[in-house]
Design a binder for this molecule. Structure first.
Ligand code: 3PG
Length: 395
């Protein structure tokens, strides 16, 4: 159901779940992409005269208030982007939240403090989550699910509250589903997937699912060293998930038998320490010195990856190729961003880190077909998993 199905929202209290889990440097938001992506739904609600109550999480606080994870910087930025005051309630469902919602006029916006300050939000116990969902539902007349980045979590503000109120999917959630389906349902070929980021264990499900679906898998980032180890190469002091080496070896064999190309880097940029100014050197991927760690794919690999992307009709990219935050180790990630911008195929950038990387490195967002706000959510969608926050809307 779209937000139109809620009918006239004037004067109604509408609870909108957004994903405002943005990267912060102290209290400075370093990438506001997720806040900007939430604007279309919120603007429709404001224009329709709803009393808009937004709920969101930030980081992983331990179920109690922690000033480090306050949504205060988000309330400020959201207000700037909406051109209106966004009142931040001091709590999520307590006295301050109730008073703040009570004081809302038509077309005004309030943000409830970090919903993960309440331990019930992430509880595994249905009844416990249910009591928080009841309290959230009491603050609203309708619910709009628009936090795509968190729809893979069975949490009170994502899942349980939708069962308690008339509900609809926001325009961000709908746009994400529509774009990601272009890759999962009969993608135009060649279908190329570029995977990076630090942890291979986070990506095992998606890799298993993609062998058999994608034509080429290009692997970089910290996770690549587990692949290189699976090939029998020494990886020095690079990131390595030893317990995954066997699984990865199995994937390499399976991909070969199914004719799926897994492309690994042939050169690696290494350094002695994980530091922005650590002297960098490029070495062959099968000759990483024992005392060095790989921090980016090398230039030869970047060119080879770009060539594999150039003729693709569908490209999904999830995870940076190196430590792009350090300029000396950003070239691999830049090369992938550039290759996606250059190709005429349908391109999806997924994963909080790669989406942030394209913006932080200064790429024009319009040159990508879709920049997903989902990290884990977009991966699980690509894996073909049922996402609780979407499932609950399809009653
Ligand atoms: C994300 O950043 O991927 C989402 O906001 C979900 O956050 P989580 O992984 O802490 O649940």
């Amino acid at each position: 159901k779209t937000i139109d199905s809620l009918g006239d929202v004037r004067g109604k209290r509408v609870l909108v779940r957004s994903d405002f889990n943005v990267p912060l440097d102290g209290s400075t938001i370093t990438d506001d992409g997720r806040i900007r992506a939430a604007l279309p739904t919120l603007k429709v609600m404001v224009a329709g005269g709803a009393k808009v109550v937004v709920t969101a999480h930030l980081g992983r606080p331990k179920g109690s208030p922690d000033p480090k994870y306050s949504l205060a910087p988000v309330a400020e930025r959201l207000g700037e982007l909406l051109g209106t005051t966004v009142t931040l309630a001091e709590d999520t469902v307590g006295e301050s939240a109730r008073a703040t919602v009570e004081a809302l006029g038509d077309g005004e916006v309030a943000l409830l403090e970090n919903v993960r300050f309440d331990a019930r939000e992430t509880s595994k116990d249905d009844a416990e989550r249910g009591t928080l969902a009841d309290e959230l539902a009491a603050l609203a007349d309708a619910y709009v699910s628009d936090g795509f980045g968190v729809v893979h979590r069975k949490q009170a503000s994502v899942y349980d509250v939708a069962q308690r109120l008339p509900h609809a999917a926001g325009s961000l959630v709908l746009k994400e589903i529509e774009s990601l389906r272009k890759a999962t349902d009969d993608p135009d070929r060649p279908y190329v997937v570029v995977l990076g980021g630090s942890k291979v264990s986070d990506k095992l499900g998606v890799i298993a699912n993609l062998i058999g679906k994608a034509d080429r898998l290009l692997i970089g980032g910290g996770m690549v060293f587990t692949f290189l180890a699976a090939k029998g190469y020494g990886v020095g002091s690079s990131l390595l998930e030893e317990d995954q080496v066997e699984t990865v070896r199995g994937y390499l064999a399976e991909a070969e038998s199914k004719g799926v190309e897994i492309v690994l880097p042939t050169d690696i940029v290494v350094a002695s320490e994980f530091k922005a100014d650590a002297p960098a050197e490029t070495v062959p991927a099968d000759a990483i010195p024992a005392d060095k760690m790989g921090l980016d794919i090398g230039p030869e690999s970047a060119r080879a990856f770009a060539a594999k992307i150039a003729d693709a009709k569908t490209v999904v990219w999830n995870g940076p190729m190196g430590v792009f935050e350090f300029p000396a180790f950003a070239e691999g990630t830049k090369a992938i961003a550039q290759a996606l911008s250059d190709t005429a195929g349908f391109t999806i950038v997924g994963g909080g880190d790669s989406a942030a990387a394209v913006r932080i490195l200064g790429y024009d967002e319009a040159t990508f077909s879709h920049i997903s706000t989902g990290g884990g959510a977009s991966l699980e969608f690509l894996e073909g998993k049922t996402l609780p926050g979407i499932d609950v809307l399809e009653d």
